[in-house]
Design a protein around this ligand. Structure first.
Ligand code: NI
Length: 182
């Protein structure tokens, strides 16, 4: 079990375009995924991308392993998203509908912002063994995938906020809620 340090906004690695994975199910890739999982769980993240721990590869993980698992304390109202390892992803919006929602990021600790995301999304890619993943999703699941895959293009969610009045500290926006200070 290795909890890695999550890079914070300002680190060049977070602004780089990540490279595709060329070989699946290697010891190096499996170790990277274990580190991502350990780090995400330790910090109660909804997801994490490899560049956030300093590895510029197209690997993201998100969701929760058990469907009956308690909901993420950082996103208590969100639908449960199945645990997914997604490699070399391609995202295609289904329609033009966009919805606003609150987001946070382990690389932007203690802050939240309102970000527009496509409501419905088709995404495809591979798991760590090279098996194809192909899904159509909506709502929070679609939001999480768009947020995590943005990391692979060097985009952090504050760059997508339309009005910076909608960006601020978690405990200021939500003073009476026990939202984890990440
Ligand atoms: Ni993030």
């Amino acid at each position: 079990m290795t909890i890695q340090t999550v890079l914070r906004m300002g680190e060049p690695c977070l602004l780089a375009k990540a490279s595709p994975v060329v070989q699946f199910n290697t010891p190096e890739l499996n170790l990277l995924i274990q580190d991502l999982e350990d780090t995400m769980h330790h910090l109660n993240g909804a997801g994490i991308a490899a560049p956030q721990i300093g590895v510029s590869l197209q690997v993201v993980i998100f969701g929760q392993k058990s469907a009956s698992a308690h909901k993420n304390p950082r996103y208590p109202d969100a639908d449960v998203v199945p645990y997914t390892v997604l490699i070399n992803p391609t995202l295609t919006p289904m329609g033009l509908e966009v919805e606003d929602g609150w987001e946070g990021c382990l690389s932007v600790p203690s802050m939240r912002g309102i970000v527009p995301r496509y409501t419905r999304l088709h995404y495809a890619g591979f798991d760590q063994y090279g098996n194809a993943i192909d899904r159509i999703v909506s709502g929070f699941h679609a939001r999480v995938v768009q947020h995590e895959c943005d990391h692979l293009d060097g985009i952090l969610y504050p760059m997508r906020i339309k009005d910076l009045k909608d960006f601020g500290f978690t405990d200021v926006f939500f003073p009476n809620q026990d939202i984890q200070d990440d």
